[in-house]
Design a protein around this ligand. Structure first.
Ligand code: FES
Length: 651
């Protein structure tokens, strides 16, 4: 891929970007603040830069007059990098950092772990749980009058001798006609055994050779959002992905209110049917979007939290919310997808991820399997931040897990303008330390609509670092800016004025939002601390952290440490795995080994109830500060804050 060097003046900072990178994002990545309040839609006209050398595409809008254009002015947010550049940031767009002698730092984002298909192949792990075999069977005649199914089984037996074969009734029903459609040329679909004791299942039969068309669906059922992915089992590639809100939301925002609804007459059936409806819509979208024949889908893997799993399977969830909080089951048998109402062929098998406890569900087990933490020697911490937060600590020998009651702040809950990581969400942010003007970067570069998790972390951290908010999240009342104001007795910072937004209202961050954020991050940090203490290890023993969640792809690790969300650890030891639940479901579609290993992993995962751990509350209270009551546990943040305070006092 072509790359270009960009040199930003007067900061003398260089960055290398891919061809067609957006210039505003490039500046953000280089740690350079450019005023930008409309999120990158070209409306506010504040992100003016001068292109001194090189070429950008677009960048010219009605916000620039003829004179500006002749002088080389462009809007950074509309400029696409097409060559090496020298870019001058004019004073009106940024700040002369030497005024405060405070240098912003380039973004430190987490490495993203994706499925490395070639690596799976090399290690011999690309063995999907379902396989297709093409056969040309001898036709029966006067000497050979074996029954159809016997003919099929005896041919297949040569490949699957050691496991034995089971033929489903649905296959027997199809055999007579399918055999004769193309002169006994057929393709059978088999589910591979997961261990020495299990058998190979013949689940489908099709006429002719369809071995090139074998697909799987990976599904993550979240309390708020459901995401499905279509995977080609022949190439290992993902063909389509689609997300939608879980329609159960109309019957309750969170798992507790859903359980309460399920307890009403007909409630369980209703919740089951609406979630199935959403899943069917998602399946239809990914199938239509990729243009495949739905009959060639052979398997589906489903991961969700414990309540979502029970509601999908129509299992009464009542006792999950009653002491002593037990789920109906941890393991679920392989089922037929059509038996639970999914619009898939009656041959399609569904693997439902096992759960650990009422509050550590299949989504977390899927994260453990997908990230591979259960196979490593390294002491690993997995933090999954979703509608709530769950943590897993361990390695290939042992695993401990716990759920933290962090609440949904990172997915937008409890934040006035909070939203999921979707179009129009502010996902990256910087603030001018002199004028307090914002640099908002939104998903898809459109006018802001709200704030997603990654944006929220960066906002709180940036404002705290510059002393705009203090360590309990209160704004400095004396700053000279119209952006900090009081509304209905609550202080807030205006991220974007009404005319720069999509919603015809100012988009703001309030002190109440910050308070909720601090509670959420405090619950996660203290949960990790308590789990470490319970198993007798220190944070410093942790060799890597897997960060999972759907809060946006620009998680700035330095900032996550500044607010005290994660312990201080070298950034290169942190790996972002995105939606861990979906990753695990996808991995199970590609490698049969996961189906075998998951049972053992489930047995190995020890659950800790944080609410019953006496020291947890003290740790939680101590974590309700930025970054923490005991700043010494964040030595790098401490040093940075001290340095900046010294510089400020000097000015
Ligand atoms: S015009 Fe570029 S961010 Fe507003």
């Amino acid at each position: 891929m072509t790359e270009h060097n960009i040199f930003f003046k007067p900061f003398n900072r260089k960055i290398v970007v891919h061809d067609k990178e957006n210039l505003l994002r490039a500046a953000m990545e280089a740690g350079i603040h450019i005023n930008a309040s409309c999120g990158g839609e070209g409306v506010c006209g504040k992100c003016r830069v001068i292109i001194e050398k090189g070429d950008v595409e677009d960048g010219i809008t009605e916000k620039l007059d003829k004179n500006d254009i002749e002088q080389g002015y462009r809007l950074a947010c509309r400029s696409i990098v097409r060559s090496d550049l020298v870019v001058q940031i004019p004073v009106e767009s940024s700040v002369d950092e030497s005024v405060l002698n405070i240098q912003s730092t380039p973004r430190v984002t987490a490495r993203m772990q994706k499925i490395d298909f070639e690596d799976l192949k090399e290690k011999g792990l690309f063995v999907p749980p379902v396989e297709k075999i093409y056969m040309e069977l001898p036709e029966p005649d006067a000497q050979d009058h074996l029954p159809d199914v016997t003919r099929l089984v005896s041919y297949l037996y040569q490949y699957h001798k050691e496991h034995g074969l089971v033929v489903d009734l649905s296959v027997i029903r199809k055999v007579p006609d399918i055999f004769r459609q193309k002169g006994f040329k057929i393709t059978v679909t088999l589910v591979r055994p997961i261990n020495e004791k299990s058998k190979t299942h013949i689940i489908n039969i099709q006429s002719g050779d369809t071995t090139d068309y074998n697909y799987a669906v990976a599904l993550d059922i979240g309390t708020t959002t459901i995401t499905g992915k279509l995977i080609d089992l022949f190439t290992g590639k993902s063909l389509a992905e689609y997300s939608d809100f879980n329609s159960q939301i109309s019957y309750g925002e969170d798992v507790i209110t859903r359980i309460m609804y399920a307890e009403k007459p007909g409630g369980l059936k209703k919740l089951h049917s609406v979630v199935v409806k959403t899943i069917n819509k998602i399946i239809k979208n990914i199938v239509d979007g990729s243009g495949i024949d739905i009959d060639h889908i052979s398997t589906i893997t489903i991961a969700g939290n414990t309540v979502m799993t029970q509601l999908l399977l129509m299992v009464n969830p009542t006792y999950i919310r009653r002491s002593p909080y037990v789920p109906a089951s941890t393991l679920y048998p392989q089922i037929n997808a059509s038996d639970i109402g999914l619009h898939l062929g009656d041959h399609v098998t569904a693997l439902v991820y096992p759960v650990i406890s009422s509050y550590v569900g299949g989504d977390i087990v899927a994260g453990v399997m997908g990230s591979g933490m259960y196979r490593t020697d390294k002491l690993t911490l997995l933090i999954d931040i979703g509608t709530n937060a769950e943590i897993v600590l361990g390695n290939k020998d042992w695993l401990a897990c716990a759920a933290c009651s962090a609440g949904p702040a990172f997915e937008g809950g409890g934040i006035e303008f909070g939203m999921r990581a979707a179009k129009g969400a502010i996902e990256d942010f910087s603030i001018d330390p002199v004028t307090f003007e914002p640099m908002n970067i939104t998903i898809d570069g459109v006018r802001p609509k709200g704030i997603c998790g990654s944006g929220l972390i960066i906002m709180v951290a940036s404002m705290f670092e510059l002393g705009i908010i203090n360590n309990i999240g209160k704004f400095d009342r004396d700053l000279d800016t119209l952006r900090i104001r009081e509304r209905n007795g609550v202080y807030e910072y205006v991220l974007a004025w009404k005319e720069e937004t999509q919603i015809d209202r100012d988009v703001v961050l309030t002190e109440i939002d910050i308070e909720n954020f601090i509670r959420a991050k405090g619950a996660i940090y203290s949960g990790c601390q308590t789990l470490c203490e319970e198993v007798g290890v220190l944070f410093s023993d942790v060799k890597q952290i897997f960060l999972a969640g759907r809060f946006g792809s620009y998680v700035d690790l330095e900032k996550a440490m500044v607010v005290g969300l994660i312990p201080e650890i070298e950034p290169d030891k942190i790996i972002y795995i995105g939606n861990g639940s979906l990753l695990g479901a996808e991995m199970s579609s590609l490698t049969n080994r996961i189906r075998r290993d998951v049972v053992e992993v489930t047995k190995k995962m020890t659950n800790f109830e944080l609410s019953e751990t006496p020291s947890y509350m003290d740790k939680y209270m101590a974590a309700l500060f930025l970054p923490h009551t005991d700043i010494d546990v964040f030595p790098k943040v401490k040093a940075r804050l001290e340095f900046r305070n010294r510089k400020k006092n000097h000015v």
